[in-house]
Ligand binder design. Structure first.
Ligand SMILES: [Zn+2]
Length: 526
């Protein structure tokens, strides 16, 4: 625009300038110079912003996925997030919440959405309880489209912080109502259908939710009232989709608003959604692809948040192979966003996490150290320790089911758990170990979760975390806790404004940078 104005101005003054050829040449020079000099700035408008959040994705999980990919697929292989690091800017991000070192997902998401620190469990409000404007609100006010995707529930902490304002994250029925009442999001893809249907009804009974497969997750409404939020959504011109077939059949050109609810609660874990477990639930990358088709129709641009929300869930359960699957699923979605940004240069791509979960460590141990090796030099190399060879990843790859699913399917029967572990992983449990995993009481002689019992807030006899700890030595894996840690997370950005995402950031900086790039400011009261 600046260039065009100068050019027109020079034409308007044409008569005079024509008589002064020296000035005319100078004008041409200045115009071309300014074109070259300012063109990066002119191109720096982040018309579209895609924010990808790995919930619980500490740098340890990023490292796990990177090493897995290299050891299993070749040392020259790179994940999408590595390619993004190479092409863009990488920084670290502090995640502390209002007044405390460690953060909760609700407060972290509020920081990422509204640029303000708040207390744990609070969604979209500051520490004094004032409702805050979100980056989604800013986008809508600027005439941009907005979309939210999560493989948890649409009402879960991370997506909720981008549209709702509520004192506690557990009030998911109210959060669902807020989503439909505002009715201005163009794309909302997630689970959590149970919060959208009238009390007393089952998800599988609702006429608009017949497409949800049993394997995807059925269940009863959690509402206390008779509101049918799906009916309300339809009256606000939302299309409803419930499985991968309906998603792919949805025509972007005819869709301006879509609500996709693919499970009663969260999606099944990525490891439980592999091709051999047919669930009908779309992948994060399929959801991202469809969302982009719909959102890109707006000439004003869009804001899209994509959450890989279950990295956190399986890390709470100390299940390393399941973390790996969640990471790889998230990385695929990053790949879709990168492909879009490559052909739409006015797109800012940001990948980050809300916090670390579990304090994962791949560490060396004295369990099964490798055999001595005769070297070409004639010497013999010996080691006392096991530093983790490719075999640890081969064992992770053999796991075909989450520990949580194995425990649930065993229905408390140790023999069934033992068999399930043998059938669906490269691990084995003795009968005694299976009894220990499922027992209600901690038992002596087993890797305890009671050493940090205060940090296993969902129970020191959590059978899933027990399995994680018991089998950890097989994959050189150790876990610090069953909760979140303080560890700074990575932030990777590419596109306009990406140069702001270098060095050490604070999570509140992220929406503030986006808002400033759009000519406005956060935090701001709602
Ligand atoms: Zn968590």
């Amino acid at each position: 625009m600046v260039y065009k104005f100068q050019k027109n101005q020079s034409f308007a003054r044409g008569g005079e300038l024509m008589r002064q050829k020296k000035y005319s040449a100078l004008w041409i020079f200045l115009v071309f110079f300014s074109l070259i000099w300012f063109s990066p700035a002119l191109g720096a408008e982040a018309k579209n912003v895609i924010l990808l959040i790995g919930d619980g994705m500490g740098p340890e999980s990023v490292g796990l996925a990177i090493y897995y990919n290299r050891f299993m697929n070749g040392m020259d292989k790179r994940l999408n997030m590595e390619r993004l690091m190479a092409a863009g800017n990488t920084g670290y991000c502090l995640t502390y919440q209002y007044g405390t070192v460690v953060t909760d997902s609700a407060s972290a998401a509020t920081a990422l959405a509204s640029g303000v620190k708040t207390r744990d469990a609070i969604i979209g409000k500051d520490h004094d309880g004032r409702s805050m404007k979100t980056i989604t609100d800013v986008a809508r006010q600027l005439g941009k489209s907005a979309g939210l995707i999560s493989n948890t529930r649409m009402t879960h902490a991370t997506p909720a912080a981008f549209y709702a304002h509520i004192i506690h994250r557990d009030m998911e029925n109210e959060i669902a109502a807020q989503l439909i009442e505002r009715g201005d999001l163009n794309v909302a893809f997630s689970g959590g259908a149970r919060h959208f249907i009238p009390a007393g009804m089952k998800v599988e009974e609702h006429p608009d939710l017949k497409g949800i497969a049993k394997e995807a997750g059925w269940g009863a409404s959690t509402r206390k009232d008779s509101r049918d939020l799906l009916g309300e959504a339809k009256s606000k011109r939302y299309a409803i989709v419930t499985n991968d077939r309906e998603l792919s059949a949805l025509e972007a050109k005819n869709t301006d608003k879509v609500l996709g609810l693919f499970a009663a609660s969260g999606f099944p874990s990525a490891i439980d959604r592999q091709p051999h477990h047919q669930t009908g639930v779309p992948t994060l990358s399929q959801l991202t692809e469809k969302a982009l088709e719909i959102l890109k129709k707006n000439s004003q641009g869009f804001f899209l948040m994509v959450e890989g929300g279950q990295i956190d869930w399986v890390a709470h359960g100390n299940d390393v192979a399941s973390v790996l699957h969640e990471m790889l699923e998230f990385d695929q979605a990053i790949g879709v966003a990168m492909a879009f940004a490559e052909s739409n240069a006015d797109t800012l791509l940001i990948v980050t996490a809300d916090h670390d979960t579990g304090g994962l460590a791949i560490a060396y141990s004295n369990y099964q150290p490798p055999a001595p090796v005769k070297l070409p030099s004639g010497e013999t190399w010996r080691t006392k320790y096991n530093f983790g060879e490719k075999g640890i990843f081969e064992k992770m790859a053999k796991q075909k089911k989450s520990f949580l699913r194995m425990v649930m399917d065993s229905k408390g029967n140790p023999a069934d758990l033992k068999r399930d572990v043998e059938d669906n992983s490269g691990f084995s449990l003795t009968e005694e170990q299976a009894v220990y995993v499922l027992s209600k009481e901690p038992e002596a002689g087993y890797p305890p979760t009671k050493d940090y019992s205060e940090s296993y807030v969902y129970g020191t006899n959590n059978p899933v975390a027990r399995m994680g700890r018991l089998l950890g030595k097989e994959t050189n894996t150790a876990w610090a806790v069953g909760t979140h840690t303080h560890t700074p997370v990575m932030v990777i950005a590419k596109g306009p404004l990406a140069e702001n995402f270098r060095g050490l950031l604070d999570n509140v900086d992220i929406p503030q940078i986006i808002a400033r790039g759009w000519g406005t400011n956060l935090p701001a009261p709602k």
